[in-house]
Write a protein that binds this ligand. Structure first.
Ligand SMILES: CC(C)(COP(=O)(O)OP(=O)(O)OC[C@H]1O[C@@H](n2cnc3c(N)ncnc32)[C@H](O)[C@@H]1OP(=O)(O)O)[C@@H](O)C(=O)NCCC(=O)NCCS
Length: 137
């Protein structure tokens, strides 16, 4: 997966927030703590530091949604994080992103915090972030 492919899939999937540029993905992937799983249809970017893993972003191209691809990416980044030593994983999600919240709840995550007005939409609307966690057993 090249930074260009990641940027293309991300831009197609994230229609309500700013797309990340290829150069941003290139920069992230050069960080030794950051890893990617998946392919051009669906991918997850995550970081593992010590015993904690964190999801940075996950996206499935709209042409391939509801086929179980993000669920598979969740399983893959959890496995890789465990292999790298993580025992817990975290993520944050916009409170109005119901598909993503369903994905995370179905993957075993539970809410553990709230960041008020954390996300700023392109229309200047501020949206709370729900922080979620899971034990990686
Ligand atoms: C959220 C997202 C990654 C899900 O990708 P996906 O490949 O379509 O998800 P999957 O097919 O693996 O779905 C797994 C489960 O998640 C839930 N889910 C996924 N999309 C859903 C939707 N549109 N509505 C309700 N639940 C949904 C369901 O529980 C689903 O299981 P089911 O199909 O058996 O009911 C995708 O919608 C996306 O890219 N959205 C835009 C980017 C985004 O919001 N990323 C998350 C930021 S925190």
């Amino acid at each position: 997966m090249t930074p260009e492919i990641l940027a293309k899939t991300h831009a197609a999937a994230f229609t309500q927030s700013r797309a990340w540029a290829a150069v941003e993905f290139e920069d992230l992937l050069s960080n030794r703590f950051i890893h990617a799983v998946g392919n051009a249809k669906s991918f997850a970017l995550f970081q593992v530091i010590g015993d904690e893993a964190e999801l940075l972003t996950i996206a499935t191209h709209p042409n391939f949604q509801r086929q179980g691809l993000a669920r598979a990416c969740m399983q893959e980044w959890h496995s890789k994080s465990k292999f790298l030593g993580a025992t817990r994983a975290f993520l944050d999600v916009a409170a109005d992103n119901l598909p993503a919240i369903a994905l995370y709840e179905n993957s075993g995550y539970r809410a553990c915090g709230l960041r008020k007005a954390y996300y700023l939409r392109e229309n200047n609307q501020k949206i709370d972030a729900i922080v979620m966690e899971i034990a990686l057993n």
